[in-house]
Design a binder for this molecule. Structure first.
Ligand code: FAD
Length: 319
């Protein structure tokens, strides 16, 4: 959680290649990694997806990778997403041409699609994302663009806005730790707009982000109310019991039903709570990451939860 005093150090380590070699080289790492990552390849993730769908949950699948520095890497990422979307399109849950909730979604990071390339990164990322959206539309799969660190927010929101002219169902992510987000929620709470609201997982300066846990939580609740009062499709991405408890009363003040919003949680976190909400008839989507580039994602999960970190360090030290 944000109260974790080690959070800044772990998030800094998530960008260090030296620590990356040490962590990924430790034999004990794999077991903990497997708790958060649904395998190295599409076959493994598709097995997990099958189980989640059978339990009544929906999915958003993320092919791990970020900060691609060369065009070849960006192209390879697009190719993997196209294969993934095609495989998902073959499932009975795919909804081509459907106008309602799509149970199958992919999540993608624009930095994995070339956004950070020194030459024309925005154009490369826009074109890559457009290619994936076109395939997803045909397959009956949704797409949501993940939120990364604050230096990318303007570019990412502009790209999503442009692509939504052709793919109005394209989802976007807002982070309640950013001071700007309440305003972004107001602008994105309109009809047809799909917004995933999360607290935010990166290390950000005080100038742009609330640093205090209570302020981030309060901002989350303000943003949640704006989205639920709006006419879009809110996606409540949080494991926090007080956030989850706030949703019902806010929804009750509107004409929304269970079909007009959804809960989202990460694969491997609070599985029982996910099942409980789904069993109540609520829509629950699980964010399922796969691939070999798990290091940065894994470190962000460690930074969130001191008990995960303690477990990890203990298993490294006790070897
Ligand atoms: P926290 O404040 O971390 O936790 C609050 C409480 O939740 C804890 O006190 C505990 O009671 C409970 N809890 C949390 N973890 C556990 C656990 N492992 N076991 C049991 N209880 C637990 N961030 C981004 O920056 N960009 C994104 O695009 C993005 N996408 C996301 C998509 C989804 C579906 C989700 C769920 C998160 C996403 N995040 C993203 C991460 C998010 O920003 C937070 O870092 C992360 O979800 C932790 O915040 P929290 O709201 O769950 O609450």
């Amino acid at each position: 959680s944000l109260a974790n005093p080690l959070r800044p150090a772990i998030l800094a380590a998530s960008r260090s290649s030296r620590v990356q070699r040490a962590v990924t080289g430790a034999p004990v790492t794999r077991k903990l990694v497997d708790r958060f990552i649904a395998g190295d390849d599409r076959d493994s993730v598709l097995r997990t997806v099958r189980d989640l769908l059978d339990s009544g949950r929906s999915v958003s699948i993320d092919f791990l990778g970020e900060d691609t520095r060369d065009e070849e890497g960006a192209r390879a990422t697009v190719d993997e997403y196209l294969q993934l979307v095609a495989d998902l399109g073959a499932l009975p849950e795919a909804a081509p041409g459907g106008s309602g909730v799509r149970r199958l979604e992919v999540s993608m990071k624009l930095s994995a699609l070339g956004q950070a390339l020194p030459d024309g990164g925005n154009t490369v990322a826009t074109n890559s994302a457009r290619t994936i959206c076109a395939a997803a539309e045909v397959a009956g799969v949704w797409v949501t663009v993940d939120a990364e660190d604050h230096t990318t927010t303007d570019s990412t929101l502009a790209i999503v806005r442009e692509l939504r002219r052709d793919y109005p169902w394209l989802g976007t992510v807002l982070q309640s730790y950013l001071r700007r987000t309440e305003q972004d929620c107001r602008e994105l709470a309109g009809h047809g707009s799909r917004v995933r609201l999360c607290k935010g997982a990166y290390q950000e300066p005080e100038s742009v982000a609330f640093k205090d846990r209570a302020a981030v939580d309060a901002s989350y609740l303000r943003c949640l109310e704006i989205l639920i009062d709006g006419s879009g499709y809110p996606m409540v991405a949080s494991h926090d019991p007080s956030v989850i408890a706030a949703v019902g009363p806010l929804v009750a003040k509107t004409r929304r039903t269970f079909g007009d919003y959804e809960h989202q949680m990460l694969f491997g976190i609070r599985d029982l709570e996910q099942r409980r909400l789904a069993d109540e008839g609520k829509q629950v989507r699980v964010y399922v990451p796969y691939g070999t580039q798990w290091y940065a994602y894994f470190m962000r999960r460690l930074a969130e939860r001191p008990s995960n970190l303690r477990f990890f360090l203990r298993s490294v030290v006790s070897r």
